[in-house]
Structures are given as C-alpha cells and as structure tokens.
Design a protein around this ligand. Structure first.
Ligand code: ADP
Ligand code: MG
Length: 226
C-alpha cells in the first residue's frame, strides 16, 4: 500500500501569552503522520496534547513553524480557507462529546454534511450508514441526553467521519468512559482508521490503549519522543 503523508508539523513551537507571562508549551516539534496510521499521543495533563492537536487541526496558529496537510502548507491560510480545509480533511473528537443536545443522533451527523453542501437526502443516507457501522442502528432518533457515554462518543465519531476526512484528531475521546466502553470506542475507531485507510492521532492517558496503536508519541517538556 503506498504511503501518503497526511500531516506534517515542521519545527512547531508554541508559547501562550497569559497576563504577560510566557507559557512555553511546544518546542520545535517535528511530526509526520501517514495514511493508515493510528498514533497515540501521551503525556501528563498540561504537557500540550490539546495544543498540539489544535495546531495540527488549524484551530490554533503556532507561534513558529509550519503545518502541511496532504502536502500543502496551510500555516498562513486565511481563516476561511482553513475552515474549508478542516471541513474536507479533518474530523475532531473531544473528551466530552460536544453533540448538539437539541438534535437527534442522526441530525448531529447530518449537520456537518449540510454545512459542506450535501443534499439532505445524501446526508441522511450517509449518517445512517455511519451510525450503523458504529453499532447505533437503533439510536438514530435519540438525543444525546438519552444515550450512554459510549454511545454518545460513537455518535461523535460518526460526526467526525461525516465529510470523509483523511485525518481524525481525537483529544482524550475515551477520558470520560468506563474501561469497557473506552476499549470498545477505541476498537471501533481503530477498525475504521484501518478500513478507510485514513489516520488518527489519539490523545490518551490510557497506556493499555496506547499499546494497541501503531505508534506512540510521548510529549514531554515541549518535545516529542517517537
Ligand atoms: P494537555 O492537553 O496536555 O493537558 P494543554 O495543551 O491543554 O495540555 O495545555 C498545555 C499548557 O498550556 C498548560 O500549562 C496550560 O495551562 C497552558 N494553556 C493552554 N491553553 C492556554 C491558553 N489559551 N492560554 C494560556 N495558557 C494556556
Ligand atoms: Mg488536553
């Protein structure tokens, strides 16, 4: 299988300015992510995992360095172009599901597709397919409040996959789940990354899950150890 570089961070450094205090978080990070790879990102709380994922996902501008997505340098894209690129290429999953409470599971998966210009019919069809792959064929019309934590995270994964991204950035997606649900959500995501031949960076404190992934990146004192 040919390897494509989906994400590349080159000499990325990040410093937060907080009330005139400089908080150095990332120091010259270099990282390449290829298709078909599931990578764990581990490190204690406060080491910059979320910062790294936000920079990789073009949600945050790094203080220094460059971000390439599918070979294209996106570092200095306009906000509008970043939004388009994110919509097409990147799916996000967070620790708390961040689903819209007033919408059903299927509507939550349809919304990003409608935003990207899909017809309602196509969005509905794709949402049903994705939710079914995630074992939620009996939960289409449930609102988040009526789903278990693991089910809600699976809806969040379906939503992240809605526009067929090639990169999933998952920020402690199993952090709020019990060990069995955590493993289940991880396994489903892992299988999807492999079958779709996309890639995923998965931040976690769970070393058992990290061992099951293809690569482990440890964030420590602003640097990565691969
Ligand atoms: P992690 O996800 O590994 O817990 P974060 O990336 O959230 O780490 O945070 C890394 C460091 O940067 C922490 O010390 C945090 O306090 C600081 N930080 C995060 N966001 C901001 C911000 N917007 N302004 C100032 N400091 C921040
Ligand atoms: Mg974090």
């Amino acid at each position: 299988m040919n390897k494509r570089e989906l994400l590349s961070l080159i000499d990325v450094s990040h410093v937060y300015d907080h009330h005139r205090q400089k908080i150095k978080v990332l120091n010259k990070i270099n990282l390449k992510v290829f298709n078909g790879e599931m990578i764990s990102l581990i490190g204690p709380s406060g080491t910059g995992k979320s910062t790294l994922l936000n920079i990789a996902g073009l949600l945050e501008q790094p203080t220094l360095g460059s971000i390439y997505i599918s070979g294209q340098n996106c570092t200095n894209f306009s906000e509008d172009n970043k939004t388009i690129l994110r919509g097409k290429n990147i799916g996000f999953v967070f620790q708390s599901h961040r689903l819209f409470q007033e919408f059903s599971a299927i509507e939550n998966v349809m919304i990003p597709q409608l935003i990207m210009g899909s017809s309602k019919m196509n969005a509905e069809k794709k949402s049903k397919e994705l939710l079914s792959i995630l074992g939620l064929e009996n939960r289409f019309n449930f609102r988040p409040a009526n789903l278990s934590g693991g089910e809600a995270q699976r809806v969040a994964i379906a939503r992240a996959l809605a526009n067929s991204p090639n990169l999933i950035l998952a920020d402690e997606p199993t952090g709020n789940l019990d060990p069995i649900s955590a493993k289940n959500v991880f396994k489903i995501l892992y299988r999807l990354v492999k079958s779709l031949n996309i890639s995923c960076i998965f931040a976690t404190h769970n070393h058992d899950l990290a061992h099951l992934m293809d690569r482990k990146i440890i964030l420590k004192n602003g640097s990565v150890e691969d």
